[in-house]
Design a protein. Structure first.
Length: 117
């Protein structure tokens, strides 16, 4: 969803359209916006989806993509990275952080496995 003019009403409209199509994540440059659906979305965090983001070069609107981008930054630039999860109470920050940690655990484990053969 393209947002031709970046103002509050246009951003909210774009988020609403994407949410109506089951897309809870939206990228705005390097910032990932998430709309909490307050329900389980089947398949969006499956092991297959998680693995599909490991090592991917493309930044996509998904928390696993942001986690991968941070992980790749550690590997390629050998610098600490930060993923800032912000929002109001009940917005899903804890669950989002769990998804970041889940991704990092898998990516790290797969790196160790590939190194040891």
């Amino acid at each position: 969803t393209e947002v031709p003019e970046l103002h509050e009403a246009a951003v909210l409209q774009a988020l609403d359209v994407r949410f109506a199509h089951g897309r809870i994540y939206t990228l705005t440059g390097p910032v990932l916006l998430a709309v909490n659906p307050f329900r389980t979305l089947p398949g969006i965090y499956s092991p297959e989806v998680l693995r599909s983001f490991v090592g991917s070069d493309k930044l996509q609107p998904h928390i696993f993509s942001v986690a991968n981008h941070a992980y790749q930054g550690i590997l390629k630039r050998q610098q600490s990275q930060t993923v800032l999860v912000s929002g109001e109470s009940g917005a899903g920050k804890t669950e989002t952080t769990k998804f970041v940690m889940q991704f990092l655990a898998l990516a790290g484990a797969e790196a160790v496995i590939s190194e040891t053969g």
